[in-house]
Design a protein around this ligand. Structure first.
Ligand code: SIN
Length: 290
């Protein structure tokens, strides 16, 4: 990891990943309210690196909620039962004896089927398994930048169709699941609805363009046949998930990770059957993708 230029931050140490995508932030104590200056630097580092990890942050649920709200208002988390007494916190818990696929095991940007998908997701590690359980991130801005000008022009007017149907719909994977799962998922016909967003969106803070599609929630391209959509999306998904655009996050206990759903997608890797993994998750509301 590389330290960001000293002059960029007065209050934080920001250790960027060598690619610049992803960084570790040392310095702030997230168990307490942050000063305006520190919060501004945290937001700046997050905008710059898209996925930021804060090691050694033993947050209670109340402290996780308070830090989330310092970033922005809570987002809406559908289809999953929240923690008792904490309507904005999901506990992603997988017991050692669970055989159901781990939650999040497909490339996605959180809740992109919403009219205003969350800007941020925050995930706090309570119990980290001794093997596996990494989370992979794709830099959708860099993947966009690497496309040819001709491809960028072709994609520019397109709108992608997003839906939760494949995951949470009446015929989705969770509806058909037979294995026991600790996470309480509520499948619904609501999930079968769809809406469109620009296939390429512009980040409201950085102004950078990013591919805003994912294999889990993007089910087509508006105005195209299923075959045409599959050809274009299939190519883009293969392009985006090349090694050069990926950051692999390795968890340590009591680590807080905050990612930007507007310019990344992520994938929760399994590989920890026989071990407990417990995470607490919140989201921050975003705006209409443009
Ligand atoms: C998610 O998709 O939000 C889950 C990520 C993880 O558990 O690593």
């Amino acid at each position: 990891m590389l330290a960001d230029a000293e002059s960029l931050y007065a209050t934080l140490q920001v250790h960027a990943q060598p690619s610049g995508f992803g960084a570790e932030i040392v310095g702030p104590d997230l168990t307490r309210p942050l000063s305006k200056a520190v919060l501004a630097e945290v937001k700046a580092a997050w905008a710059r690196h898209s996925v930021v990890a804060f090691p050694d942050q033993p947050l209670t649920l109340d402290q996780l909620e308070a830090f989330t709200q310092a970033i922005g208002a809570f987002g809406e988390d559908p289809f999953i039962k929240p923690m008792p007494g904490h309507p904005n916190v999901l506990e992603l818990r997988r017991e050692p004896d669970e055989r159901a696929t781990n939650f999040g095991a497909g490339w996605h940007s959180d809740w992109s089927f919403q009219k205003t998908p969350p800007a941020a997701t925050l995930l706090h590690s309570e119990v980290v398994p001794p093997v596996g359980g990494d989370t992979l991130f794709c830099d959708c801005s860099r993947a966009y930048d690497a496309l040819s000008e001709a491809m960028k022009q072709m994609l520019s007017p397109l709108r992608a169709v997003h839906s939760a149907t494949r995951a949470y719909g009446t015929q989705g994977v969770f509806a058909k699941e037979t294995e026991k799962r600790t996470l309480q998922i509520i499948t619904s016909s609501e999930a079968d609805k769809s809406l469109t967003h620009p296939l390429v969106r512009t980040h409201p803070v950085t102004g950078r363009k990013a591919l805003f599609i994912s294999p889990v929630y993007t089910v087509g391209v508006e105005g195209m046949t299923a075959q045409e959509s599959a050809a274009i999306l299939g190519y883009l998904f293969q392009h985006m998930t090349q090694e050069e655009f990926i950051y692999r996050h390795r968890w340590r206990p009591k680590m807080l990770l905050m990612w930007d759903n507007r310019c990344t997608m992520h994938f929760a890797e399994g590989g920890y059957d026989g071990h407990l993994r417990v995470m607490h998750r919140t989201t921050v509301a975003g705006d209409v993708p443009a």
